[in-house]
Design a protein around this ligand. Structure first.
Ligand code: SF4
Ligand code: SF4
Length: 128
């Protein structure tokens, strides 16, 4: 399950390492965007450990969003052109046997590349 945590510059400690050690859960960092004032980190967390990991990050002062649907597609707008297939770095999109574009949203790392590539504005990142 994808989880997004937001941290502030006030948090100088190795928060992710502490949560991993404290919970014993194997967490994969999919993407991290951290600057001098704040950070957004996308994590892959085993589904049965999501609540435990989320509470552990909250105790560390991070805000946490568990993403059941990291990205949404407006089926009325999608024309199955395939533009999203070529830009997605983690292969969320693929052509199905009927040449429609299929999605495996569970792989999404919230990079936003497909949002700007879609000519019909059919895709939307979900943050909550
Ligand atoms: S780029 Fe947009 S319109 Fe084209 S297949 Fe992807 S979601 Fe559909
Ligand atoms: S935001 Fe779009 S391009 Fe980026 S990982 Fe998710 S589906 Fe792929």
């Amino acid at each position: 399950m994808k989880m997004v945590i937001h941290i502030s510059s006030a948090m100088q400690d190795p928060v992710i390492a502490r949560v991993i050690l404290g919970t014993g859960v194997e967490i994969n960092v999919d993407r991290a965007n951290i600057d001098a004032t704040s950070g957004e980190i996308v994590l892959e967390v085993p589904i049965d450990a999501c609540n435990r990991v989320a509470r552990a990050f909250e105790r560390e002062g991070a805000s946490v969003s568990v993403l059941e649907h990291p990205i949404l597609r407006d089926e009325d707008e999608c024309v199955h052109c395939g533009a999203c297939i070529s830009v997605c770095p983690v292969y969320v999109f693929s052509f199905a046997d009927d040449w429609r574009v299929a999605m495996d949203e569970s792989k999404c790392i919230h990079c936003g590349a497909c949002i700007t590539a879609c000519p019909h504005a059919a895709l939307k990142i979900v943050s909550e």
